[in-house]
Each structure stands twice: as C-alpha cells, then as structure tokens.
Design a protein around this ligand. Structure first.
Ligand code: BGC
Length: 719
C-alpha cells in the first residue's frame, strides 16, 4: 500500500480529546467479539438502505428481513419513525447474538423542523444558533428511532458550480472548523448515549469539495500542503469536538479513491489523530473503486477498502458478499476486521443499545418532540440570522409599514417546498407560509398585497411577464423573488452555468423597463451569478433556502423586524470564469495593483479579478464604525500573547449585530502565505448609538501554519 509521505508526522494537530473509551464498554465489546463468527463480524460492517421496507413486502424485502435475522446486517439507513425502527430492531434481536441495529439517516438541516440549508446557516456565523439547530434536529430525529446522522458535511467548497456547497459551511477553513464543532456538539449533546442526541458524522473524508471544475464526484488533485492547510482542519475540529463517526468520499485524491485511501484513514485519521470511532463508506463507494480503476472486482474492492480503514460498507454489498473470503484467502488480516467490528460495537454499547435496543424509538417522546412549538420559533430566529443583505442603496429597505400596496412577484414568491431546500427528511410544505403569505402577515390588513409569478423557476417562457408587470405597475413597493428551485443545488446538482435560471433575469429587466426598482430576494443553495440585478436592483436580500419558517424570516428582514447581520461564508463571483474562487489567494509575482494597468499582470483581460461580493460581506440597517485600533505590544515573543483591541460603535438609529472578523497576513515566510486569513470572529450586538471595546488575543497558534514538511510552525517576522 502506497502511503502518503506525511503518514506518521504529528501533523501539528494534537491527538483527539473526546475519544477515550469507557473501560467497561471495552470489556463488553471484547467479550462479544470473542463469541462472534467471521460471518457475524462481517455482518456488523454491512449497512443496507431500508427504503424498500416502506413499500410492499416484495421478495427483496423478505430477503433483507432474513439477512437481518441471521445477523448479516449491522446498520440500516433510510429507516425512520418509531414503528419502523422498532419493527426492524425486533428482527435483529432474533439473530443468534441479538446485536441491535444502528439506524442512520441524513439529518442535514433538520428532521421535521427544517432549518436553513447548512451554507445559509453558516452565513449567520452564529455558533450558538447553529448548535441549537443541530440540537433540535437531533431531538426530533432521536425520538423517532434515529441513532446517527450523516452530518455535518465539513467539506470546504470554493467552487459554487459544485451543488454540494449547499451542505457545507463555505470556503473558509477556520470558519468551517468552528461551525463543524458547533454542529457536532449540537447533534451529539453533552455526552454520547443521551436519548435526545444522535451520533454525528464528519464527511466526506477527504477533499471532496475540490472536485475538478465543480463537477460532482469528479477527481480531486491537490498538493498535500493544500490538503493540510485548507481541507483537513474542519475534520480535525469535528473529531476534537467528539464526532463519533467519519464518512469517506466518492472522489479520488491524487489518484487514490478516498474509500481505499490508507494514508487518509489509517495514517492520519486513526493514526496521528487517534480517532476511536468508525468510518462508514459513502453510498456504494466501495463498489465504485472498481469503476475508478483502482480495484479489479468487488472482492478486491472489499479488501482494499477494509485494509485502508473503511470500517462499514454502505450499500455496496462488497463486505457482505466478499470480505469473509478475502480474510480466508489471506488478503485481509483478521485483526483489521476485528478492529473495525470493535469500533462499531463500541458505539452500539455507548449508545446504550445493548441495554435497551428500543430506547430511542419512543412514541411519547416522538409526539412531544414533533409538536414542540419552540422548534419552529428557533427555525424562524435562525433563518433571520442567516439572511444576507447584499445591497441596500438609498436605504430602500426596510419596507415601511402602512404602504397602500405591495406587489410580490417572481417564480419564488409563492414557493414553499423550494424554501426547504434539498436533503430534507420529509417536506412540511403544506404547513408553511410562502413569501406572499409572510409579506401579507407582516404588512397587516391595511396593505394590499398582489401576487403574480411571472414564470416558474425554470422560467423558459415569458408568457406570464405581462401579468407580473401589471401587478407591479400600481404598487408602492415591488418585491421580486428569484433564484433556484430546491433541486438545483445539492448532490449531483452541479451546474456549469450558475446564473439565474432561464429568463428570470429578463423578468427583472422588464420591471426596470417600466420604471420599477424592485427589491430582489434570492433563494438558492449556492452563490449565484446575477450581474444585472447586482448592478441595477437597489436592494438585494440573499435568503438561501431558509427552511420551514424561512418566508416569515425573510419578511422579518424586509420589514426591519430583524436587522440583518449575516455575512457571506463564500465568495460570490462575477462570472464562472473566475471559478474556483476564494478570498484566500496566494500572491503572484505579478499582482494587479492598479486595475487600469493589467498588462502582463495576473489578471483577466475581460473580467476584474475581484469578486461581485466578498467573503464576509453583509450589510445591516445600521452602520458600524471601527476606531482606535491598538495593539498591546508591537512585538510578541514566541511564547507570549498580545491583545488587539478597538472600539466598535453603532452609529445608526437601531440596534444591530456586527460580525467582527479578524484577518491576518504573514508577508514573508518559508512557504508563501495567503494574502489574507481569517483568524477569529466575534458577534457583537450594540444598541443605537452604543460603543464597546472589542479585543482579540494573538498568540503563537494564531500565527502558525503548516510548513514545507507539513509541520505546524510559527516563524518570526512581521505580521
Ligand atoms: C452522499 C452522502 C450521504 C449518503 C447516504 C451519498 O450519496 O454522498 O453524503 O450521507 O448518500 O444518503
């Protein structure tokens, strides 16, 4: 097995903290392991999807039931609800050793209550709110029998053509790490085994977000340095926060499928980082190693995956069909199978499933969790914190109350299902408000609210434009809701053109042509490109897919009941030619210093280098001033600390919240550092006219980076 050369380095990451195993659990695991046949061991590493179980009792269902009864299945995904989880658990308890099943599910941004898509939520930079949303999702999911969520996705994403940026925390490794921790804490609660918690999964290990050209599942080719600097830290942060499991990835990383990557899984994750949980493959990713051209056939793939550290096989049927024979043939050491089984059983014990296999599936708790009104309130609050005010010329927003009439138009104006976004468990669209409803509620009975869609989201035809223009004509204010449908972002939803779909831009232009200046609301799962709107709309509200209460939260922002504070977690490009894009660029030898002089400079001759909206951008209805920046000392010793402080003042007439961001630059180093790196942030709420001192501590850690040998170092110099 070819190993990465960084294999055994300490890697500047300390070994995982929250991973120490309970000795009594370890004993029980060993006892059980001692009684297991090879076939039963392999069974624990086999995960099947239970979608079929919700349909009629076909041959396939009967076959799967028999597999569970005979101990050939360790875990199921896509089974949910007290009734179904209990029914299947009962089958597992008929097996010889009565080892309970683990039920996993993609609880990505809510279970019943849908929160903003993770990228949107990340725009809040509000770790408390993010943790709370994961906590609520866990409470709802756990009560209906789910033990384990396949979240958070902590892949850094710098190419919005990749549809899965929707599931992550954006482009930045530091912000992504803090959010990864918050999500893991939220899902898992204070300690493993609580009945209102689910195990978290840090996914997809690793590099998946850097798919070439933003095309999902595509190969990834990057330097070890980039991997360490940008892509691995959120995984390490998730691990340190106690993430019980990891999921590997579909992609190859420098020619080796992540699923068969021993350097990643054995050397880094289970070696240097000391991860004690287990790794699940991605859906069918063991089998896909054959398609990649890395394994000759399914048995070969099974051996390569297990040897490389993939403990559980999701839906490839590679382990169940071939692993035992590969052990017998000497291709896989039994000790490695034992190690994988030990990891899986440990989690089952820690969850308390051997003591009560049904403890998560509780009808009364399910009922209580699903009807808790606080969950929807939290969804509205968090959505309000996630909505980014991109532009607000002439303070067009907030809308005044008491207007005679408002026209809410556009293909997303009356959308409900779209507002939930992708990767939801079950749509609750029938119980949601659309933006039209929410504006009506917020404006009150004195304001006439008119609605016309103009076109559907794909917007292939302009036949509805006339009616929309008609609705807009007499209105005192026009809100135009544009963007993507829920299924345009997400897995396998890469787009080569990330513009507004179809003729949506023409609808905007038609409104401008009749002299209207619409406030534009955009729903999407990714940064979109909308140059004309960006230039000409007086106000733009980027609402992502904001979830169950998203329309009301959007109206809260439009009317100023919520003063927006969100900041972009991803750079918004001007055109697809700039992709991939991130604020964290490296200086070239020929940087553009003056946009009027780009001859033989690192530039495009047909586009500026600068983005449309920068990472960290987001406006408020008030204005903040930063003044009196001070450093406690101009020099810092290697083991010392200095404090950076300044006064933040709210100059406006309303209370507001600022996300203060600390960036640093190391201008000369043994390996070139990015022109700007996020090193800290704080959320500060100030009343109108209020001012407060804000400070950050800078220490060796703040100034450290991975050097050429991938050692975590700080070098003396100016910063
Ligand atoms: C996705 C994973 C997901 C899994 C199970 C795969 O296609 O890549 O993120 O957890 O399916 O649904």
């Amino acid at each position: 097995m070819k190993r990465l050369r960084f294999g055994m380095l300490a890697l500047g990451f300390s070994a995982g903290l929250a991973q120490a195993a309970d000795p009594s659990v370890a004993q029980r695991v060993e006892q059980l392991l001692g009684r297991m046949t090879l076939e039963e061991k392999v069974g624990q590493l086999n995960q099947l999807s239970g979608k079929e179980f919700t349909g009629p009792a076909t041959e396939k269902v009967r076959g799967m039931e028999a597999e569970i009864r005979s101990g050939h299945v360790g875990s199921m995904l896509n089974i949910k609800g007290v009734a179904d989880t209990r029914r299947l658990q009962a089958l597992a308890l008929e097996s010889r050793l009565k080892i309970p099943l683990l039920f996993g599910l993609d609880v990505i941004h809510g279970y019943q209550t849908v929160f903003p898509v993770p990228l949107g939520e990340s725009a809040s930079w509000d770790l408390e709110a993010i943790e709370k949303s994961a906590r609520i999702a866990a409470r709802e999911a756990a009560s209906s029998g789910i033990h384990w969520t396949f979240a958070p996705m902590v892949d850094v994403g710098r190419d919005p053509r990749w549809g899965r940026v929707m599931e992550g925390a954006g482009e930045d490794s530091y912000l992504g790490s803090r959010i990864a921790e918050a999500r893991v804490r939220g899902f898992q609660g204070a300690r493993m085994g609580g009945v209102e918690s689910v195990m978290a999964t840090a996914k997809h290990f690793a590099g998946y977000g850097a798919a070439i050209a933003g095309r999902d599942y595509n190969a990834v080719d990057m330097s070890d340095h980039q991997l360490f600097e940008t892509y691995l830290p959120p995984f390490k942060a998730a691990l340190d926060a106690g993430a019980a499991t990891f999921m590997n990835a579909f992609n190859t990383l420098n020619g080796i499928p992540a699923t068969g990557h021993a350097g990643l899984q054995r050397d880094i994750l289970k070696g240097a980082w000391g991860f004690k949980g287990f790794v699940v493959s991605d859906w069918g990713s063991v089998r896909e190693m054959v398609v990649h051209g890395y394994a000759a056939d399914l048995p070969d793939a099974a051996a390569k995956a297990l040897n490389a550290g993939s403990d559980m096989d999701m839906e490839s049927n590679a382990y169940s069909s071939a692993l035992a024979a590969q052990v017998t043939a000497g291709k896989v050491p039994l000790a490695q199978v034992d190690d994988a089984v030990r990891r899986v059983l440990t989690k089952k014990f820690e969850l308390g499933l051997f003591d009560d296999p049904y403890r998560f599936s509780d009808a009364a708790r399910e009922q209580a969790a699903m009807s808790d009104p606080r969950h929807r309130q939290a969804a509205r609050d968090i959505a309000g914190k996630s909505i980014v005010l991109l532009k607000n010329e002439g303070a067009v927003l907030p809308l005044r109350r008491g207007l005679r009439s408002i026209a809410v138009i556009g293909p997303l104006a009356d959308a409900r299902r779209d507002l939930e976004g992708g990767w939801i468990v079950k749509s609750g669209a029938d119980k949601m408000a659309s933006l039209v409803d929410a504006v009506r509620e917020a404006a009150g009975p004195g304001t006439k609210v008119q609605y016309a869609p103009g076109c559907d989201v794909a917007c292939r035809s302009g036949d509805g434009f006339a009616a929309a223009l008609q609705a807009a004509r007499g209105a005192d204010a026009v809100v135009l809701a544009l963007g993507e449908s829920w299924d345009m972002s997400g897995e396998a939803k890469s787009r080569a053109d990330i513009g507004l779909p179809g003729r949506q831009g023409e609808l905007f232009a038609a409104l401008r042509a009749i002299g209207k200046t619409p406030v534009v609301v955009i729903n999407a799962g990714r940064p979109l490109i909308f140059e004309e709107v960006a230039e000409q709309a007086p106000a733009i509200v980027y609402a992502w897919f904001p979830g169950t209460e998203g329309a009301r939260a959007t109206a809260d922002v439009l009317f100023g009941d919520v003063n927006p504070s969100a900041k972009l977690p991803m750079t918004f490009p001007r055109n697809p030619g700039q992709l991939p894009i991130s604020y964290q660029q490296y200086e070239t030898g020929r940087p553009v210093r003056d946009v009027k002089n780009i001859v033989y400079r690192s530039a495009y001759i047909d586009s500026p280098n600068t983005p449309r909206y920068a990472f960290g951008h987001g406006l408020s209805y008030t204005t903040f001033a930063y003044r009196d920046l001070r450093v406690s000392d101009a020099r810092m010793r290697a083991d010392g600390k200095i404090t950076l402080s300044f006064t933040l003042a709210n100059l406006g007439k309303r209370a507001g919240r600022e996300v203060v961001q600390l960036y640093l630059r190391d201008p000369v180093a043994s390996i070139v550092r990015p022109v700007k790196e996020l090193k800290g942030f704080q959320l500060v709420t100030l009343g109108a006219g209020e001012a407060r001192q804000v400070s950050f501590t800078i220490e060796r850690e703040t100034l450290s980076f991975f050097d050429r040998k991938l050692a975590w170092t700080a070098e003396p110099g100016a910063f």
